[in-house]
Design a protein around this ligand. Sequence first.
Ligand code: DLL
Length: 434
Amino acid sequence: MIFNPQKECENKESRKKMQFALLKNLVEHVYNSVPFYKAKFDAAGIKPADIKCLEDIAKLPFTTKSDLRETYPYGLLAVPQADIVEIHMSSGTTGTPVVDAYTERDLDDWAEAMARTLSGAGACHTDTVQNAYGYGLFTGGMGVHHGAKKLGATIIPISSGNTEKQLMLMRDFNTTLFSCTPSYAMYMAERAKELGIDIKSLPVRAGLFGAEPWSEGIRKKIEEDWNIKAYDVYGLTEITGPGVAFECEYQAGMHVNEDLFYPEIINPDTGEPVPDGTKGELVFTTLTKQGTPLIRYRTRDITFIIPEECSCGRTTRRIHRLFGRTDDMLIIRGVNVFPSQIENALVEIHGVEPNYQIIVDRNAQTHLDDAELHVEVSESQFSDETKDLESLRSKIDNVMKSKLGIHLKIKLVEPKSIERSTGKSKRVIDKRTY
Ligand code: DLL
């Protein structure tokens, strides 16, 4: 079901007109009410009056994560603090949190975006949504919560963790859709097996997974293990949270809620916009945000805009499943490696699990990078009499060499020995000091 056909299936030209009107208002407003933006625009020699069409957005300066950190906690507020009704933040790996502050209307927009997202995954008011994203400062928990409420579904706000209880409630309360990170969905499946619970027989029909990179191979595995449809959902704290883009029943890229979040793809090196269909860095402008609006925010996420129309009837443009982040890209001995390439390769290899960790360090003598890939052997392979682990190891070595172009040191580790996560998993351990 399409939650808001008027907005989601709107004629593209009239949507563009609306986007331009919103952009113009936004630029005027932030220039006049947020000193940070005034200074930034002045430094770039740009006045709000220079924005004469939607394409002029490219004249505006970018906003970056470090801008957000430097203006912590409330430097980007565009309304009086008394109008803020909720805040969220994410800390990432480098300390100072980035903050998102919402007015009542911002929460409505978020609920709308997430209600569309849940509808894309086939949910409606008769469904029971078990929300296993973390509640708290993280946007996953409250984002799904606001959306499910708007949809009129029954919400089980269990948050992440407590796996046995998750499985029990799914059965007892007839959960039809659940939401969590893809790695936690995999862990739940593993734990259910240990407990002798047949998850295929649970009433769950669909899952809403995101907040971390995952591959088509992992989607297939989750869909098979759970006997559900697994939908991708994208978002980030800075741009409201989950619900920026979501998959419909065709599971072929994520529809951007374009009336709320205006997407661009740029070349990350030059900052120049690239045409639809070309891979680059995703940039968003929050068209309707009141609390902490962002202009041309560089997400560092890599994808492309799918130029073709979707058969579902929505006219909103789609982004391809994310390829990784510009800052997740490891440069190992000069070769660019994305963790997603490793995952894609591992799901094709029989005898191992797509549970891995890559540990990168710099050799003190040679000053060269050493990368060691830890891969979990599957239970069946491990208990196999012949345990031909050496040939498995060399197979992984060859596959990685051909897919990545470099040799990684491969270390096979015992089943279930890599730490499991109930939230975002940690795949890369970079010990290099730069
Ligand atoms: O992870 C918001 C969210 C919650 C999205 C629940 C989806 C579901 P942050 O903690 O700020 O916010 O992290 C945002 O996570 O820039 C991406 O790099 C990554 N990410 C989010 N969704 C996806 C996805 C939330 N579907 C950062 N695929 C983003 C790949 C994703 N990466």
